[in-house]
Design a protein around this ligand. Structure first.
Ligand code: CA
Length: 221
């Protein structure tokens, strides 16, 4: 799951990034409307945490533009503007939730979880393929019914394959989905993570789950 944080306050941005990373999300943090639009043009996000008072504009205008452009993933507004009118305005424009500042990290994590859960219920909560089960809500993985311990990055990697079962996935595409940006992707690092994931899944089951497609990428069989 990839989260985009749009927040110009340094301390709050760090706090949000750290807090949501702890919840095993892949987090990108930008500080302005322009950067937010660049990030949205560059890759996809599953949840957006959006501040309203930004140095180069208003978060509500960003949200309006995204919704008009067909963006349907959940957006949580974080704002010091806290009148009922402000909240209604935000929700009318297309926010899914509105959290007034200041707030606790626990509450933010709970709200984001709830948005992800709502969205996942619309999509599919448990992805299954070839004996592998990946639970998008609890972020857990089972192989032939047995729990498998994965790190955040290994989990994110497996999630990409589970969403693209049977497809040959180019290395750049995989890297783009699990790292926040497709710039400066170290593809050697991808091989390291692939080999760890294979060790955990293939060694445990004694089966080949992934195929290396030389010169292209990988495939979940
Ligand atoms: Ca602000």
């Amino acid at each position: 799951m990839k989260v985009l944080i749009v927040e110009d306050q340094e301390r709050l941005g760090h706090f949000l990034k750290q807090g949501l990373s702890e919840s095993r999300y892949t987090v990108s943090w930008v500080r302005s409307c322009a950067e937010a639009n660049d990030a949205m043009a560059e890759t996809t996000f599953d949840v957006i945490v959006l501040d309203l008072g930004l140095p180069d504009g208003d978060g509500l205008d960003l949200l309006r533009t995204w919704r008009r452009g067909g963006f349907t993933e959940p957006v949580l507004i974080l704002s010091a503007r806290d009148t009922v009118e402000d909240r209604i305005k935000g929700l009318d424009i297309g926010a899914d939730d509105y959290l007034p500042k200041p707030f606790s990290l626990e509450e933010l994590q709970a709200r984001v979880r709830s948005l992800v859960r709502r969205q996942a219920a619309v999509k599919n909560a448990v992805l299954e393929h070839n004996g592998v089960e990946l639970d998008l809500l609890s972020h857990t993985v089972r192989l032939e019914g047995k729990p498998i311990e994965l790190t955040n990055r290994e989990y994110a990697l497996l999630e990409v394959f589970m969403h693209n079962q049977g497809r040959i996935l180019p290395r750049t595409l995989i890297a783009e989905k699990i790292w926040s940006s497709h710039y400066d992707v170290d593809t050697n690092l991808l091989d390291v993570y692939m080999s760890r994931l294979r060790n955990k899944l293939e060694t445990a089951s004694g089966r080949t789950l992934f195929k290396t497609v030389r010169g292209v990428g990988y495939q979940l069989l």
